[in-house]
Design a protein around this ligand. Structure first.
Ligand code: NAD
Ligand code: UDP
Length: 336
């Protein structure tokens, strides 16, 4: 059985589907701080299986211990955590507590129970401001521009130390670029609580009339059209990367790091144009100042994941937007 922490969340729910349809037994824990049990209904419809769910907070070591006493896990895919760049700078201690201390609690229970196979959700934010592009796994890390990024960097370092002390661990660190879209069934997708910070969920809410207009955070970057460039990846491709990571870890006692992106960068204006092409909807927008902590441009080199994980992203930006919008149209309420 595979434990997925944060499994009712956006990425976790898609990873759960991928694992279950490929024959894995899965158990989800989540404290539901940024998701709801509704995701479990979607999971059941897609997989035709009941997935065991336990409401557990990673900050509660006792609850984690009881969980590991009750079930026998083969591996853990650890996605639970807080992810807002903006909020992380406003409430840093909560971010350290959830993302860093929460992970320490998890690792210590895993160690006690001799479960030493771990896939961890890191982020391209660990690279900070890129010195050159594309970004390789060997590029500099640590010069992060937010507390959120710092928590990911800290966890990566903790995991390196754990592995150096005990080579029995099997650790795969996945550095996600910008996951977007939704499952092609339209049954699960991204439902952040409150007003979204990320571009696509915000844009979808503008398109559906829930929010008035999109604010473009800066058109004066040194990119071709002046807006920020990111490497957007379809959530289904990203989820498949986790299955490949588990397969990779089956015979490797090492710690490894992989970029999960497409290798292509798109600007905010290109996203708006592609949204129009796919849906025929114009997005009202205004250009405002740069968002604090934002970088101009980032996209991945993805050859290492291709070589070692035998994984590559396949879906186009059009498919990402189509599937994301298909989900959003059916889930119009913020705070749902
Ligand atoms: P999400 O908020 O949808 O999912 C995270 C889940 O973790 C939520 O369901 C939340 O309720 C749960 N959670 C938070 N703190 C918890 C705690 N202390 N105990 C138990 N559960 C807790 O976010 P997501 O987009 O699915 O992200 C999953 C992981 O991937 C996160 O670690 C995030 O930092 C990382 N990541 C996300 C992105 C992105 O753009 N979505 C990019 C890079 C990395
Ligand atoms: N962005 C924007 N308006 C928004 C949200 C995001 O212009 O309401 C821009 C942001 O400056 C960045 C890109 O869209 O260039 C992607 O932002 P997101 O927050 O989705 O991802 P991240 O910056 O964390 O990579």
């Amino acid at each position: 059985m595979i434990l997925i922490t944060g499994g009712t969340g956006y990425i976790g729910s898609h990873v759960a589907v991928e694992l279950v349809i490929n024959g894995h037994e899965v158990l989800i824990i989540d404290n539901l701080s940024n998701s709801s049990k509704k995701a479990l209904e979607g999971l059941k419809k897609i997989t035709q299986k009941d997935i065991i769910f336990e409401k557990i907070d990673l900050r509660n070591s006792n609850a984690l211990e009881k969980l590991f006493d009750k079930y026998s896990f083969e591996a853990v895919i650890h996605l639970a955590g807080l992810k807002s760049v903006k909020k992380s700078n406003e409430i840093p201690s909560e971010y350290f507590e959830n993302n860093v201390q929460g992970t320490r609690n998890l690792i210590s229970v895993m160690k006690k129970s001799k479960v030493k196979k771990l896939v961890f959700s890191s982020s391209a934010t660990v690279y900070g401001i890129p010195k050159s592009l594309p970004i390789y796994e060997s590029s500099d890390i640590g010069n992060t521009t937010s507390i959120y990024g710092k928590t990911k960097y800290m966890v990566e370092n903790i995991l390196r130390e754990i592995w150096e002390k005990d080579n029995e661990w099997q650790i795969c660190i996945l550095r996600y670029f910008n996951p977007i879209g939704a499952h092609s069934s339209g049954l699960i997708g991204e439902s952040p609580k409150g007003i979204p910070d990320n571009l696509l969920p915000y844009l979808f809410n503008v398109a559906s009339g829930v929010l008035k207009e999109l604010e473009i955070f800066g058109d004066d970057y040194s990119t071709p059209d002046g807006s920020g460039i990111r490497d957007y990846i379809h959530i289904e491709d990203l989820s498949k990367g986790h299955l490949c990571a588990l397969e990779y870890l089956s015979d490797k006692h090492n710690i490894s790091f992989f970029n999960l992106g497409t290798g292509n960068g798109f600007s905010v204006f290109e996203i708006i144009k592609t949204f129009k092409k796919v849906t025929n909807i114009d997005i009202p927008y205004k250009v405002v100042g740069r968002r604090s902590g934002d970088i101009s441009e980032i996209f991945a080199d993805v050859s290492l994941a291709k070589k070692n994980l035998n994984w590559t992203a396949k879906k186009t930006l059009e498919e990402m937007i189509y599937d994301g919008w298909n989900w959003q149209k059916k889930n119009l309420n913020l705070n749902d």
